[in-house]
Write a protein that binds this ligand. Structure first.
Ligand SMILES: [Zn+2]
Length: 353
């Protein structure tokens, strides 16, 4: 029996996983928002490699291949099905390259293959489910061939789609993480409760179960508490860094209440005008600290994540990471610092600035 390298690491302490490549690559100008297809692994591999390195520098232990939405259905939507396999292999090779090149002093990174919500899964529809299984199988096959150390299935809002994903992932014998993403009704779209879905995923053999995406700290945390109590396996927590609330549990329907004169032309803050809802780093740090205190050891940030927030997560659970070298230092600020060199006429002016 081969050892479960992910579980071993989680048994000893926190494991950090950066997600949210979709939003960050879009912000950097290498992806069309709304459409959200990760062509970057083919069009600008150097950009993707660099983002992986930045997350690694900020403390991510896992280099998750950016194949989110890189599935057959999405490639059909954009009429580029022939690029499906090249896109997947390129994303996996880039992730593997970065994972094998862990900075000195850091624990070796793990490369994760990735599958996620297909968007064609339909409740009680065998035909669509068969098709989704085929999509999962081909992507997992490429991940194994390209040397994945573990597999992540994420952002599932149908319980049964998550079960199917896990079934396909489990066949490989690799460590598995399965995180689900209930939408605004606070349950899975096929009616199952979030807690029952996580319990069933544990029964089916997932090494880590939990939640990722759609929900900010405020509306993800209450579920995490319940999940932590309901399962024995490790729990994963990867919120979006946006201020969701009981009235708006996910980022899909968050209204902009700041009387913004330039709302998005498509009428929603999601996904291009969410900025005023962004959590500051301290909110994300508190989330990570509180989740870790509950006994949740697999922690990260999903859509909206950036390297600064990943560093905040890592430091909040007691880790020192390469980017810690550049952590906040207000002491030397030109108006607010206490350094002896900062002149009094500058520090005195701080409140008027
Ligand atoms: Zn996400």
């Amino acid at each position: 029996m081969t050892k479960n390298i992910l579980k071993e690491r989680l048994d000893k302490g926190p494991v950090i996983c950066a997600e949210g490549f979709l939003f960050e690559i879009e912000r950097r100008g290498y992806m069309a928002s709304g459409e959200f297809v990760p062509m970057v692994s083919l069009d600008h591999p150097e950009v993707l490699e660099n983002l992986h390195r930045e997350f690694q520098h900020a403390g991510s232990d896992i280099v998750e291949a950016f194949t989110y939405n890189g599935h057959r259905e999405k490639m059909r939507v954009i009429g580029k099905e022939e690029l499906l396999e090249p896109l997947n292999r390129s994303a996996l090779k880039i992730a593997k390259k970065v994972a094998l090149d862990t900075p000195k002093g850091s624990k070796p990174n793990l490369m994760a293959g990735n599958i996620s919500n297909s968007n064609i899964w339909k409740h009680n529809d065998k035909q669509s489910q068969k098709e989704v299984e085929g999509m999962f199988s081909e992507m997992i096959g490429w991940a194994v061939e390209e040397g994945a150390d573990m597999l992540v299935g994420e952002t599932f809002y149908y319980a049964e789609e998550a079960f199917k994903a896990l079934e396909v992932m489990k066949k490989t014998g690799l460590p598995t993480v399965l995180t689900i993403s209930p939408m605004g009704e606070n349950k899975m779209r096929d009616g199952k409760s979030v807690i029952d879905t996580c319990k069933e995923l544990e029964q089916l053999g997932a090494d880590v179960v939990g939640l990722n995406c759609f929900r900010g700290p405020a509306t993800m945390f209450p579920f995490l508490k319940e999940i932590r109590n309901a399962v024995k396996c490790h729990v994963g927590a990867l919120p979006i860094p946006y201020r969701t609330s009981e009235d708006y549990p996910t980022f899909f329907n968050l209204p902009d209440r700041s009387n913004c004169e330039c709302p998005s032309p498509h009428g929603r803050t999601f996904p291009t005008a969410l900025d005023p809802h962004f959590c500051n780093r301290y909110e994300i740090g508190k989330f990570a600290k509180d989740a870790y205190a509950l006994g949740i050891n697999y922690i990260g940030v999903c859509c909206g994540a950036n390297p600064m927030l990943i560093r905040e997560v890592a430091e909040s659970v007691g880790l020192n990471v390469p980017a810690s070298k550049y952590k906040e230092n207000m002491e030397n600020h030109f108006m607010y610092g206490k350094n002896k060199r900062i002149p009094k006429h500058m520090t005195d002016y701080g409140d008027k600035a």
